[in-house]
Design a binder for this molecule. Structure first.
Ligand code: RTP
Length: 148
C-alpha cells in the first residue's frame, strides 16, 4: 500500500500542533508506520530540499527547518500522497482552503507548519533519506474497517 513522508516543521512543533496533525491523519483512516522527533543538520536539510537549491528562498528555508526539532513520519494508505497533500493545503497558506492544515493554522509561506511528499517517487526517496534503517512492518487491525 502507498506510503507518504510527512514532516511537522519546527513552527508546528513549537506551536503545539503535533497532536492535532497526527489526529487528523489518524481520523482520516491513514496508518502511522514510522515516527521520530529530531533536529536536523543544515547538510541534511539541503539534501531533503535539493530540488529547490538555487531558489531565492532556499537559504531561509534551510535555516527555518533546522531551527528546532521536527516530527518525521511515514503514513500509509490508498492515495495517501495525493490525499495527504490535500489535507496539508496549498504551499502558500493564503491559497489554502479552510479545513486544511495550512488553511487552518498558517499565514506565511515561510512558516507553513508541515511538509508532505508530492509524489510516490518523492515519498520513496524521502523515506529512504529520513528512515535509512527501514520502518517496522505491521498490519493495523483497523484495516478492514477502513477498506472494503
Ligand atoms: P513542502 O515541500 O514543504 O511540502 O512544500 P511544497 O511542496 O508545498 O512547496 P515547495 O515548492 O516544495 O517549497 C518547499 C517549502 O519552501 C518554502 N517556500 N518558501 N518564500 C517563498 O516563496 C517560499 N516558497 C516555498 C515553504 O516552506 C515550502 O513548504
Amino acid at each position: 500500500m502507498e506510503l507518504s513522508f510527512i514532516m511537522i516543521k519546527p513552527d508546528g512543533v513549537q506551536r503545539g500542533l503535533v497532536g492535532e496533525i497526527i489526529s487528523r491523519f489518524e481520523r482520516k483512516g491513514f496508518i502511522l508506520k514510522a515516527l521520530k522527533f529530531l533536529q536536523i543538520e543544515k547538510s541534511f536539510a539541503e539534501k531533503h530540499y535539493e530540488d529547490l537549491a538555487g531558489k531565492p528562498f532556499f537559504d531561509g528555508l534551510v535555516e527555518y527547518v533546522t531551527s528546532g526539532p521536527v516530527v518525521a513520519m511515514v503514513w500509509c494508505g490508498n492515495g495517501v500522497v495525493l490525499t495527504g497533500r490535500k489535507m496539508l493545503g496549498a504551499t502558500k497558506p493564503a491559497d489554502s482552503a479552510p479545513g486544511t492544515i495550512r488553511g487552518d493554522f498558517a499565514v506565511d509561506v515561510g512558516r507553513n507548519v508541515i511538509h508532505g511528499s508530492d509524489s510516490v517517487e518523492s515519498a520513496q526517496k524521502e523515506i529512504a533519506l529520513w528512515f535509512p534503517d527501514g520502518i517496522t512492518e505491521w498490519r493495523s487491525s483497523l484495516h478492514s474497517w477502513i477498506y472494503e
